[in-house]
Design a protein around this ligand. Sequence first.
Ligand code: FAD
Length: 399
Amino acid sequence: MGEARRAGGAGERSAIVVGGGIGGLAAGVALARSGWQVKVLERAATFGEVGAGLSLWPNGVRALDALGVGDQVREQALAETQAGIRNTSGRWLSRTDTQELARRFGPVAMIHRAQLFDILRAALPAEALCADARVTRVGLRGQRVEVEHSKGVSQADLLVAADGIGSSVRRSLWPQAPAPRYAGYTAWRLVVDTGRRVPAGGESWGRGERVGIAPLADGRTYLFCVANAPEGQRSPGSELAEIRQRFGRWHDPIPQLLTAADESAVMRHDIYELPPLATFVTGRAALLGDAAHAMTPNLGQGANQALEDAATLAVLLDTYPDVESALAAYDRHRRPRTQLVARRSHRIGVAAQWHSAPATALRDLMLRLAPSSTLLNSLTPILGWQPPGRGDLGAAHIG
Ligand code: FAD
């Protein structure tokens, strides 16, 4: 691809990324690898992540490969060997054929968020990382974008808004965009150290409640608990006491994990999702990650989709002759796909959170009867994603 075809011009191209979460850092890495001068503005005092695990699916791992950090992630992640759905007494309702999944698509990897974060941060030049920089205003001025933040005013050729589900950039530049909506359930996340690795991961489904267990490479266990609850409700006592009371009599090793858990490790967040947006781009600005398509976590795909966004955006900017047409292609590539994943994730959440006894009995029966190939086949469009190759997108999409 010659210089003349690179969006942003033949000279040095500059980009501002608002938000230094997984999406923002990944976008920074992808753009820096393509030769963009990048600045990632993060409002927090440090670049860091919450103490929880993250499932990286084969599509996300392929995106990380495109970002040049796949090997480091594989070194630190644990490939899932057992997965599926159990009932509250531990009977398997559905087992995922992880070997067949790995054979078809590559393994699912569990990683601590902090580890992924460290890998992405280290892949960026130090001068690209600007912490303690809360963005307060963004403006699009012809061929330039201007961003006011707590450390001053910055200008660039491209703006990537990766400032999460509550994105202030989205509110400002996409004023018609709908607001996030509450999914009807809340989640507790924690990492527990019991001194030995749990034998199997997977989810356990009850009535309006769920638990997920995922072993991490260092022997600790990532645990998440989900329950239907009114928006904003918090436990009058401790959140750990609340989940012990709700889930402490479920099957092993859930009680043991909850007993070993530390109160300070428990994080509780209500689950929100963003209704579908009409566009991810405007002028020289693009939404990425949760700012564009925050989805419920039922498929464990939110961050994976952000990684795909980042890998795709960088390739498109190298493929198209100007930023605007590259961003139009980014919208065409990313919006339908991420909105499909979000819809599916939403639907799974509805069934997983059913509360009525007849409905959950029927659901559990259907899960028991469904062949495991049905699940794998249904995941093919999501897990089979391949990073676009430089060159092969252009021909199909430059109109
Ligand atoms: P965020 O992580 O929200 O990052 C946005 C960043 O922007 C933040 O650092 C914020 O401080 C910064 N920011 C905001 N406003 C400003 C401003 N004005 N100026 C400067 N900085 C700003 N996904 C998976 O792929 N796998 C999973 O297993 C998984 N599990 C999940 C479990 C739960 C319970 C939840 C809630 C989500 C889960 N997800 C999972 C989804 C995943 O966490 C998100 O999709 C992902 O973290 C989004 O990353 P992001 O960078 O787009 O947004």
